[in-house]
Design a protein around this ligand. Structure first.
Ligand SMILES: Cc1ncc(COP(=O)(O)O)c(C=O)c1O
Length: 515
């Protein structure tokens, strides 16, 4: 039925028209003007929040009474939207972890943007289910697949899929590689039916989700061989070669090598050219975990460091990290779409494909991963790329790395501080020099986080506890880096006084009331 015919059917009362009365059970607003006014207030509040992020602490400890607020039983009766919104403003918003805040440097988390927030609202309004069927949100996702093929030099026949994050993307890639190695019968018969003992290889600096992916694939986390790194935390190719040979001699079947473009602890980039050469010589699947580092391809000064990423058989990364797309937006790109599809597609009568109608447009995203219900993650990514363009996104990435070098310089000129790892991209690991450095630096991290000024995290580098600043937020400036140095020195000095000029002041938490 064409649009005009539809309208005349509606006015004839054949289908519900715009003036027909709402269903009694409908959850839509009964008073749209009132709802609209409240919606605008909520939007304004959130824009105010984002505009004034700096006035709030990065994080503040959660008082017991706030935690206790969330022990109410299931609500049976309705409440006004305005009332629940007030509850959000009082009990949720002040105690959220503000990874959007310019002082947030813990772990590796992107800052999001107001543009991404609006796009999320539009996606929620459409309530699109992007598992399959023939509708334009899936074309938006396909366009992003094509953009990623172009950016990463993958062929136009490559497939791509939005997932929650790189942990999920790595798992999907391991499953594709497993099925290529064992044959697709493994999907029906299970890994226990095979006598082939597969082994995978990555450096000791690989993210632990890769080991978990091996576990979830049924191959077992012991199948992942952790190869030593060089003094820049990059996988040692000689050790990798040896590990592969000795596994072959012991009767194992090496099938997968994983390179990391931006290791989680220090931001190291493995030698992707060397890895791809070894993978092809040894006939192994070459996967790259580029959770945050892969998108350094957008920064002209950093892109050359990712040379040969285009040779990967699969690549996992997150738009929610260095592309600043709001959580969550992970992505997997697979060079050979047919291999990707054969690892996941399955048939069911209720998912029959057609050449016309809503069930057209096969293959669907659900043929490339385990999710049948999928949100419209592509829309916030599409808006982000279109509104900012890759040049601005790349410039923010470059700036993060230049801030990391500034932090490195500040550490090197401070006698109380020690750099613990080379600064490769945007991550800086360091510590306050003192007796019992592990315990003291763990306490420094907590005190600095509790101050609400900046929030580093910790990790262990060569057996030493390190303060770790992962600068991934487009809002972070030199002043925030300087604040990290000042806060670290203040906390360190108050715990173990040096002959430091910082005196004996302690960090004062930035309190923000919740009532
Ligand atoms: C190198 C690396 N791989 C994988 C992950 C996991 O990504 P996600 O948290 O999006 O699942 C991270 C997270 O920081 C990472 O840095």
């Amino acid at each position: 039925m064409g649009f005009d015919e539809q309208l005349s059917a509606s006015s004839a009362g054949l289908v519900p028209g715009p003036n027909s009365s709402p269903s009694v059970a409908s959850l839509d607003p009964q008073d749209w003007p009132l709802f609209r006014a409240q919606s605008h207030r909520m939007l304004d509040d959130m824009l105010d929040y984002l505009q004034n992020l700096r006035r709030r602490p990065v994080w503040q400890p959660i008082p017991n009474e706030v935690r206790a607020h969330f022990s109410d039983p299931v609500p049976r009766a309705p409440a006004a939207l305005a009332t629940v919104h007030q509850e959000f403003l009082q009990f949720v918003l002040p105690f959220a972890l503000r990874n959007a805040h310019p002082g947030f440097m813990g772990w590796v988390q992107g800052g999001g943007t107001p543009v991404g927030m609006l796009a999320e609202m539009l996606a929620a309004g459409l309530n699109a289910n992007c598992g399959g069927r023939d509708h334009i949100p899936i074309e938006v996702e396909r366009q992003i697949v094509r953009w990623m093929q172009e950016l990463f030099g993958f062929p136009q026949t490559a497939s791509g899929l939005f997932v929650t994050g790189t942990s999920a993307a790595n798992l999907l890639a391991v499953l594709v590689a497993r099925d290529v190695a064992l044959g697709c019968e493994v999907r029906a018969k299970g890994v226990a039916s095979s006598t082939t003992r597969l082994t995978a290889y990555a450096s000791v600096a690989v993210h632990n989700c890769v080991s978990q992916a091996l576990d979830l694939s049924g191959l077992g986390s012991d199948a992942l061989r952790l190869v030593p790194v060089d003094n820049r935390q990059r996988i040692r190719l000689d050790a990798l070669h040896k590990a592969i040979q000795s596994d072959r001699e012991a009767g194992f079947t090496p099938f997968l090598v994983i390179g990391t473009a931006g290791t989680v602890d220090t931001g190291a980039i493995d030698d992707l050219a060397g890895l791809s050469g070894m993978a092809s010589a040894e006939k192994l699947w070459f996967h790259v975990d580029g959770a945050f580092g892969a998108l350094a391809i957008l920064a002209p000064d950093l892109a050359p460091r990712l040379a040969c990423i285009e040779r990967a058989d699969s690549l996992a990364f997150d738009f929610h990290k260095w592309a600043q797309v709001p959580y969550d937006a992970g992505f997997v790109l697979v060079r050979d779409a047919a291999l990707h599809r054969q690892a996941f597609e399955s048939s069911a009568a209720y998912l029959t494909r057609e050449t016309r109608g809503l069930a057209a447009g096969s293959p669907w995203p659900c043929d490339f991963g385990p999710d049948l219900s999928r949100g419209f993650r592509a829309l916030k990514t599409w808006f982000t790329f279109k509104v900012f363009g890759t040049e601005a996104l790349g410039a923010a990435i470059s700036e993060n790395c230049s801030l990391a070098r500034h932090l490195e310089a500040r550490i090197c000129e401070s006698p109380e501080l020690q750099l613990l790892a080379p600064v490769e991209l945007n991550i800086v690991c360091f510590r306050y020099r003192c007796a019992k450095p592990d315990a003291v630096n763990a306490e420094i991290a907590i005190r600095v986080q509790e101050s609400g000024i900046v929030a580093p995290s910790t990790t262990t580098i060569n057996g030493q506890l390190a303060l770790r600043a992962a600068i991934t937020n487009h809002r972070t400036t030199r002043a925030d880096i300087d604040a990290l140095i000042d806060a670290t020195l203040l906390a360190g000095h108050s715990l173990q006084p040096h002959s430091s000029p910082h005196g004996s002041h302690d960090l004062q938490p930035q309190e923000v009331a919740y009532s």
